[in-house]
Write a protein of this length. Structure first.
Length: 97
């Protein structure tokens, strides 16, 4: 019955993160605000710039809040798309130092 489990959330990214997925993704992330969050990117087959922006914005928010944010198990497509945008999975980690 450790308290840590109450303070952590997992958000699973859907396979298709196009422009229509940006608002629901933002809502899912904001629902987890105030908790350490792990974002499971293993199912991503397509991601657009809007959803990358949403994720970057979330990382900034979590850093601001002093909570941990982690992009876990990014799919090869996700890693590739981030690379095209000049980013890498490490850009989506906020650790409590």
């Amino acid at each position: 019955m450790g308290m840590k489990s109450d303070m952590a959330a997992t958000v699973s990214l859907p396979p298709v993160l196009d422009i229509t997925a940006a608002a629901p993704l933002a809502a899912d992330l904001m629902a987890a605000r105030g908790k350490d969050v792990s974002v499971d990117g293993s199912k991503v087959e397509k991601i657009g710039a809007q959803c990358i922006q949403v994720l970057l914005s979330a990382v900034a928010t979590w850093v601001n809040d002093g909570m941990e944010f982690e992009l876990a198990r990014p799919s090869p497509v996700l890693v590739e798309r981030l690379g095209i945008a000049g980013l890498e999975p490490a850009n989506f980690s906020a650790r409590n130092a």
